[in-house]
Design a protein around this ligand. Structure first.
Ligand SMILES: C[S@@+](CC[C@H](N)C(=O)[O-])C[C@H]1O[C@@H](n2cnc3c(N)ncnc32)[C@H](O)[C@@H]1O
Ligand code: SF4
Length: 455
C-alpha cells in the first residue's frame, strides 16, 4: 500500500503549484513590502536547440538568435521593472538563465541589476544549465560573469530514458557536465532529476539513486515527471505506445528517494528539493516564502508592489510570451508586460499557503502576519474545521512556530490543500470585513483587476 489512509501521495505539485516552477525570464528579487527580503526565481533563455519530449515550457527553437538585441532588451526590461518596483535595496538574489545564452549576456543582465539595485555580497546567482552546453570554458565564462551556483539538468542517468525524454545528451555527458560543474562551483552545484518515467521500475530507480549519490554535490531537485498536455511524450502514453506509470509505484519511488537521500545526510527541505551541508537554494526558498520578485524575459512572471505609482498592491505580472513580440514591446515601451493583476488579500494568502506548505518549515506566524496582520494563523486554522481534522489525522502541525506539514503530510500535500484553501476562504469571507480595519498587507480590496500592457 502506498497510500496513507485515504490520501494518495500527491507530492507532484498540483497544476497551479507546478506552474509556479515554470516562471521564465530573468529574476531579480527585492524588497521590503512586508518587511521581508525578497528573492528571485529561475529564468529561462527563450530558445532551446531541440524541444524535449516532455517539456511544455515557453521555449522556441530559433536557430539564429539575435543575441545582441535580446541582450539589450533583457537589460532594458530589468532596468524598467527595477524602477517601477523601486527595488533599490534589499535585492539579494538573482536567478540565472539556461546555458545557451553567452556569458556576455549573463554579465550584461547582472550588471544592469547591480547598477539599478544594491546586490548583497554573496547573493545567489544560479544558472540553469543543460549538460549539452556546459563545457568547462563555457562554465568558467559564466562564473567570471558572476554566476555562483549551477543547476544541471541531468534528468536521468540512463541512455534509453534520456532518448525517451528527447534529451540532447547521454548519461556519460551528464556525468561529465556535473563533474565539470562541481570543479568550478564546489558545494554549489545542483542536479535536476526526473522519476516516474514510463516503464521505469522501482528497482531500476533504487539502483539509479546509488549512482546519483556518487555523482551529486550537495543539492538535488527531484521531480516526478508530469505528462504535460500537448507534449510528444504524453501523446505516446495516450496512444498506448508507452505505459502509464502506476500511482502506487510513483509514490514508492518518491518515498524510496526521500529515504535514501535523508540517510545520505540530505535535508528534505521542500517537496522536491534536498540539500546537505546547508546548501539550500535561497533563491527557491524565497519563492516558496512568497517574497517579491520581478521576472524579466519572454513569459517571465513577477510578483511585486508597484511603488512607482505610489501603490501598495501586490501585483502578479506576466511578460509577453513570444520573444520577437516581447522584444518589440521592450524596445517601444521599456518592458513587455502583457498582463497585470492586483492580487486580492485572499489570493495572496492562497499563494502563501500553497507555496509555504511545500517547505519543511512551513509558514511561520511572522510571515503569515506580514500578509495578514488582522487575522492570525491561529484564527484561520486553529478553530474546529478542516485544518484541525488534518492535524488529528497526522498530516499537519499548527504550533508556536507556525503551520507546517508532517513528513507524511508533505508527501500528500496536494490532497491537503483543497481542504485548507476552503477553510481559509470561509474564514476570510466571514471574518475579513469584521476584523479588517485596513487592507491586508497592502492589497487593495478583494477584487482582482487585470490590465494589459499598462505601465
Ligand atoms: C526550467 S526547466 C529546464 C531547465 C533546462 N532547460 C533543462 O532542460 O535542463 C527546470 C526543470 O524542470 C523539470 N521539468 C521540466 N519539465 C517537466 C515535466 N514535464 N515534469 C516534471 N518536471 C519537469 C526538469 O527537471 C528541469 O530540469
Ligand atoms: S526541458 Fe528541454 S525543451 Fe524544455 S527548456 Fe529544458 S532543454 Fe528546453
Amino acid at each position: 500500500g502506498s497510500t496513507h489512509g485515504s490520501r494518495r501521495r500527491g507530492h507532484v505539485p498540483c497544476p497551479r503549484l507546478y506552474s509556479e516552477r515554470k516562471r521564465h525570464g530573468w529574476f531579480v528579487s527585492d524588497s521590503f513590502c512586508y518587511g521581508r527580503p525578497p528573492h528571485a526565481p529561475c529564468p529561462q533563455w527563450p530558445y532551446c536547440r531541440k524541444r524535449c519530449s516532455y517539456c511544455n515550457f515557453n521555449t522556441y527553437g530559433v536557430p539564429a538568435v539575435d543575441e545582441a538585441t535580446l541582450r539589450s532588451c533583457l537589460v532594458r526590461e530589468a532596468q524598467t521593472l527595477l524602477r517601477l518596483s523601486q527595488v533599490h535595496r534589499w535585492v539579494h538574489r538573482v536567478g540565472g538563465t539556461p546555458s545557451l545564452a553567452s556569458p556576455g549576456t549573463v554579465a550584461a543582465v547582472l550588471e544592469a541589476v547591480a547598477g539599478a539595485a544594491h546586490l548583497q555580497a554573496g547573493a545567489e546567482v544560479t544558472l540553469e544549465a543543460n549538460p549539452s552546453s556546459t563545457s568547462t570554458p563555457a562554465l568558467a565564462g559564466f562564473r567570471a560573469a558572476g554566476v555562483n551556483r549551477l543547476s544541471v539538468g541531468v534528468q536521468s542517468l540512463d541512455d534509453a530514458e534520456l532518448r525517451m525524454l528527447g534529451r540532447e545528451h547521454t548519461a556519460a555527458e551528464a556525468r561529465k557536465a556535473v563533474e565539470a560543474a562541481r570543479g568550478l562551483f564546489p558545494g554549489r552545484t545542483s542536479i535536476d532529476l526526473l522519476f516516474g518515467l514510463p516503464g521505469q521500475s522501482r528497482d531500476a530507480w533504487a539502483q539509479r539513486l546509488e549512482e546519483i549519490l556518487r555523482l551529486c554535490d550537495d543539492h538535488i531537485s527531484l521531480y516526478q515527471l508530469t505528462l504535460e498536455r500537448d507534449t510528444a511524450l504524453a501523446a505516446q502514453v495516450r496512444c498506448g505506445a508507452l505505459p502509464t506509470p502506476p500511482q502506487d509505484l510513483l509514490a514508492d519511488m518518491y518515498q524510496t528517494a526521500c529515504n535514501v537521500l535523508v540517510a545520505a545526510g540530505f535535508r528534505h527541505y521542500e517537496v522536491s528539493n534536498f540539500a546537505r551541508k546547508g546548501a539550500l537554494s535561497t533563491h527557491n526558498l524565497s519563492y516558496w516564502q512568497a517574497d517579491q520578485y520581478i521576472g524579466v524575459g519572454p513569459g517571465a512572471h513577477g510578483r511585486f508592489v508597484l511603488r512607482a505609482e505610489g501603490g501598495c498592491s501586490r501585483e502578479a505580472r506576466v511578460q509577453t510570451l513570444e520573444p520577437v513580440t516581447w522584444m518589440r514591446e521592450v524596445q517601444s515601451q521599456g518592458h513587455g508586460t502583457r498582463s497585470r493583476a492586483v492580487l486580492s488579500p485572499l489570493e495572496q494568502l492562497e499563494e502563501l499557503l500553497t507555496l509555504g506548505l511545500r517547505t519543511d518549515e512551513g509558514i511561520t506566524h511572522e510571515r503569515w502576519g506580514h500578509f495578514s496582520p488582522q487575522l492570525s494563523l491561529q484564527a484561520v486554522f486553529g478553530e474546529a474545521g478542516e485544518a484541525r481534522a488534518l492535524q488529528q489525522e497526522g498530516w499537519l502541525v499548527l504550533d508556536s512556530s507556525g503551520l507546517r506539514c508532517t513528513w507524511a503530510g508533505l508527501a500528500v500535500l496536494d490532497s491537503l490543500l483543497p481542504d485548507l484553501l476552503w477553510q481559509l476562504q470561509r474564514v476570510l469571507v466571514r471574518e475579513g470585513p469584521r476584523r479588517r480595519k485596513e487592507p491586508v498587507a497592502g492589497a487593495q480590496g478583494l477584487s482582482a483587476a487585470t490590465m494589459d500592457n499598462n505601465g
